[in-house]
Structure formats: structure tokens, C-alpha cells
Design a binder for this molecule. Sequence first.
Ligand code: DP6
Length: 327
Amino acid sequence: MTKTVTAKAHTNIALVKYWGKKDANLMLPQNGSISLTLDHFYTQTSVSFDQPGATDQIYFDDQLMPAEKADRIIKFLDLVRAQSGLTATATVKTWNHVPTSAGLASSASGFAALAGAASRASGLNLDDRALSRLARRGSGSATRSIFGGFVEWHAGHDDASSYAEPLQDPVDWDIQMIAVVLKATQKPISSTAGMARVVATSPYYPAWVTTANQDLVRMRQAIADRDFNQLGQIAETNAMRMHALNLSAEPAFNYFNADTLTAIQTVENLRADGINCYYTLDAGPNVKIICQSHDTTAIKTALQAHFKAEQLIVAQPGPGMTITENN
Ligand code: DP6
């Protein structure tokens, strides 16, 4: 009898970034990374290996995905079939719970939820570390979304040694993020393509790996000490170094638009006025502001001089991936 398994995974934002692979097939990163899983944004995915047909059927927000767009998901299901020995094709239904066009729908929550649902539906019963390794094969950042709270992905040197672990979950102190949701104004370069170009062409790449490894040590300590300012400073510097790699690639590229710079400037002005907040950015124009709850109102008020209230989403630390089975 085929069973349908549903998994829910939350997205995560890296505080020390993953930006470059040393093995694209195994999805091994050049450096380890540390993230915070968020409660507000998540993906829910149901899988059953029940298709008599030759192809997997993938539905995204209730729409059947054309085969060429579903390619990465089908390759991932092939890995699950290889691990489980199953040959049937699957029905996959996935829903992204993010505000419409937020641009925060990340492959992190998507492949973490798919790893959980597909592995269990195939009959595999993987522990969290094995799930993290499996999710990694779909998208690097998904490695971390198996876990809640603060999470570290150990770079490793082979399939078995590259996995994530919780550093602190639940998070028992006051830290949150305000996502400033901005309209994309340029054709995006995917994170996969962007980081590959950077590794191949940026003369600064070796310095990135060295400093990212130093950031990991300092970030672990900041989290253990619950030191908000230290954490924010390391995260902000690390993010800007990642974006500096993009500016130093050949050809150069960047993810910023004018609104991105306005949001960054607002954070810097707030800080000059004595409000502790820091920013981080990923492979898109949105800015995530790391802050504490007693400053949320002041930060939102300052941002609302430039952005609408609905562009500002406050997210708290979120939980790890969960699986439910229904026959
Ligand atoms: C900037 O995980 O999306 O968000 O492994 O190629 O799927 P692939 O890339 P992806 O890259 C995420 C990059 C980042 C930083 C991070 O999450 O660590």
C-alpha cells in the first residue's frame, strides 16, 4: 500500500554564509555556515510513490509543474529511489507559505521538506543527520533547514561528513529578524550560478574562505554567549564580504537595487542613533534586519519612511522539520 507523507520545513537565513561549492555533484561547500531558522516562512510538501506512469508529477501551489522546471526535483527523487530501492514514480504536492511574491521562497525550506516527505514515503527511516545530508543534495542551504534555531552546517570532505547540527534550539533569548521585502528590478542570477562564477573568477575567493572560517569560530561563541551585538557585527560583515565577491567576479554581478541600499542606509542611521540592529542579504534584493524585540517598533517606524508596512515582516526563531504520515 502506498502512503502519503507530509513534511513541513522552515526557511533559514545564514549569519555566516555558504557561497561556493568544492564539489557540485555531492554539494560539498567550500566553507561551513551558521544560520537561524525562522518561524514565519515555511514549505509544506506531500509525497507518495504511487504513479503508475513513467514520470513524477510535481504540483507547486496546486499547479502541475512542466517537466523541464521540475528537473531538479526529479533528480532529487532519483536519489531517494536509489537509496530506498524503490522504482515507482511519485506525486509531489508542495505549498510555499510565504507572503505573495516575497522573494523569500527559498530552496532551503523546499528541499528540506522534500527530503523529509520523500524519504519517509519511500520507506526509509532516516535520522536527522542523514536527512540533513539528503537535503544537501537538493540545495546547500536546505542542509540547515532540517533543524530549528541556530544551526551549523559542517563543510566536511565527503558525503558522510557534510551535514548540519543544531547549535542552540530552542533559542532562549531575544533575537529576531525583520524581512524587508523588495521588488526585484533585475533579472536574477541564481545562487547556484552566482557562487560558481565567484569560485571560478574572483581573485578574492581564497580570502573569503579564510575569513569565513574565522567568522564560524566567532559566531559560535557569540551564540553561546547570547551576545547580540557581536552576532550582528559578524553577520553583517560576513554578508558584505559575500557580496563583495560578486562585485569582484568576472563578469561582475550584484543582487542590490536602489531600495536595498535605502534599507541598508536606514539600518546604519538607526545604529548611529543608538538602536542596535544589523543587516544581512542573500541572493536577492531583500534585506533582513537582525534586531531585538524592544527595538522592533522604532525600526519599523524608520523603515516606513521608505517602505509600506506590508513590506516589513517580523520573524522569530523557528522550529526544525516535522513529518506526518497519513495512509
Ligand atoms: C546566499 O542553497 O540556494 O543564501 O546549493 O546551489 O542550491 P544551491 O544554493 P543555495 O545558496 C544559498 C546561498 C545564500 C547563503 C546561505 O544560505 O548560506
